[in-house]
Design a protein around this ligand. Structure first.
Ligand code: PAF
Length: 282
């Protein structure tokens, strides 16, 4: 496994693989790797000759300084894990290597996707994500890039950014990887206290019940029901719950035929923010 921290060294290596007609799969991460990341890498391994993983805590996508400071950094452990899934190349640049003196985002338009859900609560977040993902695509030049569906809005936004900028990369959304008790895997999970971790599976349990209710109840009834459930959970604070159309991510007021829906949720366990979502069937 090769580890590069400069763009120049990585690009030289990539160009050699390209010259040999090897396909490149890319998994961008912010480190603190877990089984969810490893499953993305294993999928990428099956479909590409070479897999590149980046580990970079991107400052421009954090709207909260505290969250950025506390973001877990476990590089040595990450490298060991990456060897277990036969990752080929790891890119671990510094902030200066990527942004030089200018730690700011580009401004994008994602045709309104950015104004929904996470966009309402995390100022500038998606400009930061799109800036770093576009930069990495330019450096890594992947044929395919892999993203988890836990960050479903991010996935849709990256697809939109790729389409609008006509970038030559296929975006692959992969299923949410869950712990045995249903909690969606996230690098932030390790920051929870024992008590918070014990109650956190309530999020997915609630989403599964929402999926059942969606067959018989209307959207307003479900929204009210979810709010009530979280009022009974002192360790979890509901930030938002929304049923939205998959394509536009616009909040659904009523169920329309021919449209696909998902339920999206953001919850605080103390200061740790957890998100999740589930596909709904009418
Ligand atoms: O999903 C993440 O971990 C990050 O948003 C990403 C895509 C690696 C960009 O920093």
């Amino acid at each position: 496994m090769h580890i590069f921290s400069t763009k120049k060294d990585l690009i030289n290596c990539i160009l050699t693989h390209k010259a040999n007609n090897r396909s490149i799969g890319f998994v961008p991460t912010m480190g603190a790797l877990h089984k969810g990341h490893l499953s993305l890498i294993s999928t990428a391994k099956k479909k590409n000759d070479i897999v590149v993983v980046s580990i970079f805590v991107n400052p421009t996508q954090f709207d909260n300084v505290e969250d950025l400071k506390k973001y877990p950094k476990t590089l040595e452990k990450d490298i060991k894990l990456l060897k277990t899934v036969s990752c080929d190349i790891v890119f671990t640049p510094s902030v200066e290597e990527i942004y030089a003196e200018n730690i700011v985002s580009e401004t994008f338009s994602f045709d309104g996707l950015e104004n929904q859900m996470e966009g309402k609560f995390r100022d500038g977040h998606f400009n930061g994500v799109a800036t770093i993902v576009k930069t990495f695509f330019e450096i890594v030049q992947p044929n395919k890039a892999y993203f988890g569906q836990k960050d479903f809005q991010q996935l849709q936004i990256i697809k939109k950014m790729v389409k609008k900028n006509r970038l030559p990369v296929k975006i692959k959304g992969c299923p949410i990887y869950r712990d045995e008790d249903g909690l969606a895997m996230s690098s932030r999970n390790i920051r929870m206290s024992k008590e918070q971790r014990e109650v956190a599976p309530f999020i997915y349990k609630t989403l599964k019940k929402v999926k059942k209710k969606f067959g018989t109840k209307n959207v307003t009834e479900i929204n009210e029901w979810v709010k009530d459930q979280f009022k009974k959970q002192p360790l979890l604070e509901l930030e938002y719950f929304t049923i939205a159309e998959e394509k536009t991510l616009e909040t659904a007021e009523i169920k329309e035929s021919g449209k696909k829906y998902r339920a999206f949720i953001a919850v605080f366990a103390g200061k740790i923010r957890l998100i999740d979502n589930i596909r709904l069937k009418k």
